[in-house]
Design a protein. Sequence first.
Length: 181
Amino acid sequence: MVGRGSAGNHHAVASDQRYAFDFLIWRDGSTHRGDGADNADYWAWAQPVLSPADGTVVSVHDGVADNRPGAQTNTTQPAGNHVVIDLGRGEYAALAHFRAGSIRVAEGERVSSGQVLGLVGNSGNSSEPHIHFHLQDSPRFNPGGPLGIPVRFEDYEADGRAQDRGMPSAGQFVRTIRSAA
């Protein structure tokens, strides 16, 4: 999901998530095997979440229980387990819905692009295992507070076509072309 309007991005109603992405793994025509009743049925479950860029961790929250897929969400802690990274220039990367107990970084820690932050989970306001990602203009991760910032991806593939830089559209299949160094 991405974009300013609600047609391309259900997050657009929240000012901080205007340019948000939800990353899932799609395989064999679905995000999961079988009936998807268990988090372990999902291809994304427990996959490593990598830092999108170099920066300093300014906020970490862990310990929110993972939801059962499709059966519940945690609207009182919508971000669930999450990490916020100060990228400099007034830009902060917000990543949410990590697996409970999996976050491997601490506040104040310097991280590098491609470093493992934790594992994909299903915590917070999440209906299935995935990672939510957006840029914002504040270190606070609270809906309605910060303003979302457009994200520029580099060296990626969208629907099988190489892209030097840009922003994928809602529903596109994306993957990295070049691993982080």
